[in-house]
Design a protein around this ligand. Structure first.
Ligand code: ZN
Length: 361
């Protein structure tokens, strides 16, 4: 489970949790309410409103998750943060039609909620802006919040939902890396506008500037990743397989791993059990963690990371793309239930460097 968050249960097989900083938001409202001398009923309504908004955000994330599920893509978790929700998909759909629906499904949920609230909306603007006390002003405010959520998320500010919709639409006509490049450029432009508005325009929340910074960084990172995927197109794992690698056994003392780390250039080790079956990987980071605990009595098996092996005929571009979610940079390669080699990130990036040098000369 995610650190720093409170687990709220699993729905549709997806664990949902809320980040502790969400509590700060509640405290903020209590404090504001206290300062304004509100009654406890007003405070209660205020908190109920925040919780209702977050329920809408949660349903928005389930929109993405359930659309992804329809295309066979799992969602690892949904986390609610004070700035919104985050659905961690196992991977992003590469088919533009699927990406379009997965991205659009979130804002669509808010549009549907707004439509459901429409019969309760009062257009008495004065009453609406002044308070949320009473059922009608409460629902009216919730209605407009959902409208804002859907409109804001649908701005073509890649990697926000609208930006993904834009990228998907462009991908119908253009190669993925070009579509991403354009969407990222539009996203970065929006990000700069958000930063400017947030910092320099009175009455605009500085929060918008922060969102702008996140969008700018996210757009750059995704665009670079897509460019790499393009450069790796057509490349299979067997093409750049490394057949030299170090093996450890799960029952080996950790000292053996330390000796091997110092004696060889390997940073990761493939770990097998007594029957020579694949068990996992021992990374240098994990090894150092064990050392920091001065636990030299430990066995290799206590420090292994279970990394799903890849196949000889897997596409390197897909292995690289999955890295964003799994965060692993080393993959054992399995063929007929046997480890036949390994692949690491350095290895992939070197290939790209060499290929680019060849293309440019
Ligand atoms: Zn969304």
């Amino acid at each position: 489970m995610k650190k720093n968050s409170l687990y709220l249960g699993s729905y549709f097989g997806i664990p949902v949790s809320v980040h502790w900083s969400f509590l700060l938001l509640i405290f903020y409202f209590v404090w504001i309410s206290f300062k304004q001398g509100q009654t406890s009923m007003q405070l209660f309504t205020q908190i109920l409103f925040v919780l209702s908004v977050f329920l809408c955000v949660l349903l928005h994330e389930f929109g993405h998750a359930l659309a992804a599920k329809k295309y066979g893509i799992k969602t690892h978790s949904i986390v609610l943060l004070p700035i919104g929700g985050l659905a961690s998909l196992e991977k992003l759909p590469s088919d533009p039609k699927q990406e379009l629906w997965v991205a659009f499904a979130g804002p669509l949920v808010n549009i549907v909620i707004a439509l459901l609230l429409l019969p309760f909306v009062s257009l008495d603007l004065e009453q609406m802006s002044n308070s949320i006390s009473g059922i009608q002003p409460f629902l009216t405010n919730l209605f407009f919040t959902n409208i804002i959520l859907s409109v804001f998320n649908l701005l073509p500010a890649f990697p926000m939902d609208g930006g993904r919709v834009l990228r998907a639409l462009l991908s119908f006509k253009l190669p993925a890396h070009k579509a991403t490049q354009i969407a990222a450029w539009v996203g970065k432009s929006f990000a700069l506008i958000f930063v400017f508005l947030g910092l320099f325009v009175p009455n605009v929340s500085p929060f918008l500037a922060l969102i702008g910074v996140f969008i700018f960084m996210g757009a750059g990172a995704e665009s670079n990743a897509k460019q790499k995927e393009f450069e790796l197109e057509g490349l299979l794992v067997k093409d750049i397989l490394m057949t030299k690698y170090e093996i450890l056994y799960s029952q080996d003392p950790i000292q053996k791993a330390i000796d091997l780390l110092l004696a060889s250039s390997a940073k990761e080790f493939v770990v097998l059990n007594q029957n020579n079956e694949y068990e996992g990987v021992l990374t240098r980071d994990n090894l150092l963690k064990i050392l920091a605990q001065k636990n030299t009595e430990a066995l290799v098996q206590e420090a292994i990371t279970k990394i799903q092996p890849i196949g000889l005929n897997d596409k390197v571009a897909e292995v690289y793309a999955a890295k964003a979610v799994s965060e692993s940079t080393f993959w054992p390669v399995m063929h007929n239930n046997e480890i036949v080699g390994v692949l690491d990130l350095e290895n992939i990036l070197e290939y790209v460097l060499v290929r680019n040098a060849q293309l440019n000369s």
